[in-house]
Design a protein around this ligand. Structure first.
Ligand code: NAP
Length: 263
């Protein structure tokens, strides 16, 4: 039976990915820091979901996750580096500590998981998936650290894809658009406190289940990129052809957000 290690599995897209892979007949190593969330998820399919509590910012923890996968699932066909956090504050206001924390989680956390999983995934000619963002193609105001972390991840994945050209391993850069999850309520303010409320109407956003299904489908087709939502695809395209025009559109769009720091 195929098996996958999913980071950031305790909520949002990661939690939906766990359910999607189980539905498709896979075994899952589900990693995050909140133990009770993972245990409750694992109770949905105790013979298929193996919870693993750990922080992706720590490489040794990621190496242990791989050992646990090998011991309990027998093999590792895929890793989905999904764990991530966000922030909302202008560059001139934000503390360097917050920018570093976002980079540690979103970039280094993904690098740790991917590097630790690579030898086993290569044995299976499997899949490496990085959950990036539209912000990995186009910088978003008041999300400079988040955007930088996703641009860095995109470059890392692209280089890795070429390294693995003859290996049979597929590398997918998955960039969801706005998706209903906990990410915005937990997003850090300038000094590292969660903002507590999402500034946008979450119920109008794409469902995490839709993203999970699309990622699974893209993996099975061995796609290189997945860019989700029409708005997301437009943003990536406009940024290529008229980046200056997009600056103005972005400014106005994000200035309208509830509590926007754009002045
Ligand atoms: N929602 C969107 O609009 C959107 C759009 C584009 C891309 N994305 C990307 O999708 C991914 C998932 O985000 P989401 O929207 O589903 O947000 P979410 O509901 O907040 O989920 C984030 C997950 O990451 C885990 N996590 C955070 N820091 C971690 C750490 N240091 N170690 C291990 N796990 C950690 C969290 O679990 P614990 O707190 O329990 O550790 C949680 O399971 C992120 O990479 C995000 O950038 C989201």
């Amino acid at each position: 039976m195929r098996s996958v290690w999913i980071t950031g599995a305790s909520s949002g897209i990661g939690e939906a990915l766990v359910r999607e892979f189980v539905k498709q007949g896979w075994m899952v190593l589900a990693q995050a820091r909140r133990q009770e969330r993972l245990e409750s998820l694992a109770r949905e399919a105790p013979d298929r979901i193996y919870p693993f509590v750990g922080d992706v910012r720590d490489y040794a923890t990621c190496e242990s996750a791989v050992q646990v996968a090998l011991r309990h699932l027998g093999r590792l066909d895929a890793v989905v580096a999904n764990a991530g956090i966000s922030h909302r504050a202008l560059v001139e206001d934000i503390s360097l500590a917050v920018l570093r924390e976002v980079m540690e989680t979103n970039f280094w956390g993904a690098v740790h998981a991917i590097k630790a999983a690579l030898p086993l995934v290569k044995q299976q000619r499997g899949w490496i998936v990085g959950v990036s963002s539209i912000a990995g193609f186009r910088g978003l105001p008041a999300r400079s650290g988040y955007s930088a972390s996703k641009f860095a991840l995109n470059g890392f994945l692209e280089a890795l894809r070429v390294e693995l050209y003859r290996s049979g391993v597929s590398v997918l850069t998955a960039a969801p658009g706005f998706t209903r999850s906990e990410i915005r309520e937990k997003a850090l303010t300038a000094h590292g406190v969660p903002q507590r409320e999402s500034p946008i109407a979450e119920e109008k956003l794409m469902k995490a289940e839709t993203v999970a299904q699309a990622i699974y489908r893209a993996m099975m087709r061995r796609q290189k990129y997945l860019i989700l939502t029409a708005q997301g695809r437009w943003t990536v395209w406009l940024n290529k052809v008229v980046p200056g025009l997009l600056d103005g559109l972005m400014y106005r769009y994000f200035q309208k957000e509830e509590g926007s720091p754009l002045r």
